[in-house]
Design a protein around this ligand. Structure first.
Ligand SMILES: *Cc1c(COP(=O)(O)O)cnc(C)c1O
Length: 388
């Protein structure tokens, strides 16, 4: 057994985080605003938009979680109680839960096989059908870049524009990924980032909403700070939230931004190694960039196992074998249209995410995973897939 546990993606500090936290304490900025929040937002904006003049307009609001960012994105998109919101089915529940916080109903749309993300053609058909069934358009669309792999955003944005529906782009797993040269998080009407403990970078917990201009960012911050109106007394005309990022957590974020590029390069190096070592393993397919448009950050490396070519190997049997060696792996996200809590939601499915869920596994990919770890893991996969 491996004495050191190999995790999927564990937080990794640069060493600069403590300095920013100490500054916050020294200046008594131990509150959900302050210089670290401002600087972290600045660094994120620069990372997403630098060198891309088509993105110079974007503004970033740092928040307490990616889930909070999705919620505020939906509010800014105008989602209200009784509305329907289209959401990618193949995702983590946090993509869909805020739709219900708003009193709206999620309508799930399945994936296409290239990127595993929202199928643009099925999206178009789903919208047309919702209009036919309910007489109203869905109020927003939530596509996801799952495991860091960019969705086919040009096609999705084209359909969204045709129907005039805003898009809340869930890039929680895709910080550093690019689609046709543009940073994920800047492709939708609004973009969502997450800095939870196991994402590309962490603030221990946190997120951000990427906004198209100063006015929408101000609106997001307004709702994130209890929707207090501009009066000398506390005047409220909307329901607000307490969603701002603390100045302490933002200090961690500033430190993390100094090693984000290194983290992305590391995830991609491991991905390339997995892909090359698995290339000659029958029945095991590495989920690689499908074409030149997509540049995944490979937040997690993922594989599909064909039981017919691997002596009936199931993802869970492989997971348990790796677990016995102290190696963490995880089944792919169970699609939302299969979740009991969303059983009453309409769903437009094509079998793609069902099949991925049945056959896929996530492999260790984070900053603490070494190339030797990857070689060992692939050796074990080969053992399992050739024995029975
Ligand atoms: C992590 C994640 C979120 C939520 O982010 P939190 O910061 O944990 O609230 C949303 N969507 C996806 C796809 C995620 O992986």
């Amino acid at each position: 057994m491996n004495p050191r546990r190999i995790h999927l993606c564990l937080a990794h500090m640069s060493g600069n985080e403590q300095k920013y936290i100490d500054e916050a304490f020294a200046d008594n900025w131990v509150v959900p605003l302050g210089p670290n929040v401002d600087a972290f937002e600045h660094d994120l904006r620069e990372f997403l938009a630098d060198g891309d003049p088509s993105r110079s307009h974007i503004r970033v609001a740092a928040l307490s979680a990616g889930t909070a960012a999705i919620h505020l994105g939906l509010i800014l998109a105008g989602v209200q109680a009784g509305d329907e919101v289209i959401c990618q089915s193949f995702t983590f529940a946090a993509s869909a839960n805020p739709i219900v916080y708003q009193g709206a109903t999620p309508v799930f749309v399945d994936s296409e096989p290239d990127t595993w993300n929202m199928d643009p053609e099925l999206l178009d058909r789903a919208i047309a059908d919702r209009v036919a069934v309910t007489g109203r358009k869905p109020r927003a669309i939530v596509p996801v870049h799952l495991y860091g792999m960019p969705a086919k955003m040009d096609a999705i944005m084209e359909i969204a524009a045709k129907w005039d529906i805003p898009v809340v782009e869930d890039a929680a797993e895709a910080l550093g990924s690019r689609y046709r040269g543009h940073a994920c998080g800047t492709l939708g009407t609004y973009g969502v980032l997450s800095f939870n403990g196991n994402k590309m970078i962490t603030t221990s917990g946190g997120g951000a909403l990427v906004c198209p201009d100063d006015a929408s960012r101000a609106r997001a911050v307004f709702f994130a700070t209890q929707a207090r109106e501009a009066f000398p007394y506390y005047q409220h005309e909307h329901i607000g939230y307490n969603y701002r990022l603390s100045n302490i957590c933002a200090g961690i974020g500033r430190g993390q931004m100094t090693i984000l590029d290194e983290h992305i390069a590391h995830h991609r190096r491991l991905a390339a190694l997995y892909a090359s070592l698995l290339a000659d393993v029958p029945g095991v397919t590495y989920h690689d960039n499908p074409d030149k448009d997509t540049e995944s950050n490979f937040w997690l490396s993922t594989i599909i196992i064909d039981p017919d070519l691997t002596n009936g190997l199931t993802p869970d049997a492989l997971r348990l074998h790796l677990e016995s060696l102290n190696v963490e792996s995880r089944l792919l996200w169970k699609p939302m249209h299969l979740q009991p809590v969303f059983a009453a939601s309409p769903a437009y499915v094509n079998g793609v995410s069902d099949s991925l869920f049945a056959r896929g596994l996530c492999l260790p990919s984070g900053p603490w995973v070494t190339e030797d770890d990857v070689r060992m893991i692939v050796t074990e996969i080969k053992k399992c897939s050739t024995s029975s």
